[in-house]
Design a binder for this molecule. Structure first.
Ligand code: ATP
Ligand code: MG
Ligand code: MG
Length: 379
């Protein structure tokens, strides 16, 4: 058994490690946190930061191939490892995904529609933002996730304060678009450029955080799904991407499609693939990084994924109480995935529930029952 390495010890790393181990690989996780979800289940856990030369050297010594689960891992760390080991995705692709400005420029290069936007790096640029970009959302160019690092800008008068609130760092101001739906696509691209994909996911976000993903035949109009898939493939091709890539989209009220952002790794909206597809997004990641063949995954069951945020632990008050898993697991087709995080916090991703069933209607009925038991608002 070869050893496969992952930079980052969060839940995405944990599920990658579990998939790799199921296929007989040894695993190494690099994450400074001694209780990181992936570190806890990995054969090796290198407890250093991403810029630590010794930690990276140890990673290279142990591993035949390396991937990342953390989107803000320094591209330089990936480049360093790539001098001696197979690394996917490449530092150059990850660097683009880390910077909303570079990311938007890449989408434009690929001919994929983006939200009207302006780059903000100075008070003068902020003051010059035209009124037709408002109301808008100001997003830090780097390091944002789960809606963090964002501020609404409703009127020209709010511009300066919003930018100050975000620390005056480089930002992208995006026009607030009238969304009808959100969706995402996961593609996996091998070194030879061959691509496979998961079915297009329909996503519901609440408070900037993914809440629900629904996947089944006709979850979206087929023409729209085809358009999203084609756009995702052109974004991956344009990056010469190797690995699993998630592309997030907005569907506007006029039916048009706009790309939002990419994640250079498996994605929360792809977790359903663990239980509803014959190849999961984590197996795709493993196949890409090791150069194993990519076969087209097949959705074998309609499915709904419910995200399990830390808020569910606080339904009774300020002292955390374990949610009623027994009641949920008494329902048919419920697959509970918890990430092994000790402390539940509001807004923290603690796990997810994949519901599978024979028909979209049956899955929806069970998912709504599970949501009611857990205190998740209906959808
Ligand atoms: P993630 O955790 O997915 O990386 P993030 O912090 O990078 O999230 P975005 O994906 O940019 O944030 O935005 C989060 C959510 O906010 C979107 O899924 C969407 O619901 C809403 N949103 C973001 N930008 C816009 C926009 N321009 N118009 C309307 N809604 C938007
Ligand atoms: Mg993001
Ligand atoms: Mg997003």
């Amino acid at each position: 058994g070869a050893t496969l390495g992952v930079l980052g010890g969060g839940q995405l790393g944990r599920m990658f490690v579990q998939e790799a181990q199921a296929m007989g690989y040894f695993t190494a996780v690099l994450d400074a946190d001694p209780t990181s979800p992936a570190g806890l289940v990995s054969h090796h856990h290198i407890r250093t930061g991403y810029e630590d030369a010794q930690g990276l050297a140890e990673m290279a010594r142990l591993c035949a191939a390396v991937t990342t689960e953390f989107e803000n891992v320094p591209a330089a760390a990936l480049d360093l490892l790539a001098q001696t080991r197979r690394v996917s995705p490449a530092g150059s692709a990850v660097a683009i995904a880390q910077d909303r400005a570079a990311e938007k420029a890449h989408f434009v290069r690929c001919g994929v529609p983006v939200a009207p936007h302006a780059l903000i790096e100075s008070p003068e640029q902020m003051a010059a933002v035209p009124a037709d970009l408002l109301p808008g959302i100001l997003k830090t160019a780097r390091m944002g996730y789960d809606g963090k690092g964002q501020a609404r800008v409703s009127t020209p008068a709010e511009r300066a304060a919003a930018w100050q609130d975000l620390g005056g760092v480089p930002c992208v101001l995006e026009k607030m678009l009238p969304l009808a739906q959100e969706c995402s696509v996961i593609v996996a691209r091998g070194r030879d450029g061959a691509m496979v994909h998961l079915p297009v996911q329909r996503n519901l976000h609440r408070g900037g955080i993914l809440a629900v993903t629904e996947v089944y035949e006709q979850n979206l109009p087929p023409a729209l799904a085809a358009q999203a898939l084609a756009a995702a493939k052109s974004v991956a091709d344009g990056l010469h991407y190797v690995g699993v890539l998630c592309v997030e989209f907005f569907v506007l009220q006029d039916g048009s499609l706009v790309v939002n952002e990419i994640a250079p790794r498996p994605h929360n909206s792809g977790h359903y693939s663990q239980d509803a597809c014959d190849v999961s997004q984590f197996e795709l990641q493993l196949r890409c990084m090791t150069g194993l063949p990519l076969t087209q995954p097949r959705l074998h069951s309609p499915t709904i994924m419910l995200n399990l945020l830390g808020d569910l632990w606080f339904a009774q008050g300020d002292a955390p109480v374990t949610p009623a898993w027994e009641q949920v697991l008494a329902l048919p087709g419920c697959h509970l995935r918890l990430y092994g995080k000790r402390d539940a916090k509001r807004g923290r991703k603690m796990g997810h529930l994949n519901v599978t069933g024979a028909t979209p209607e049956a899955v929806r009925a069970v998912a709504l029952q599970a949501a009611a038991i857990l205190g998740i608002a209906p959808f």
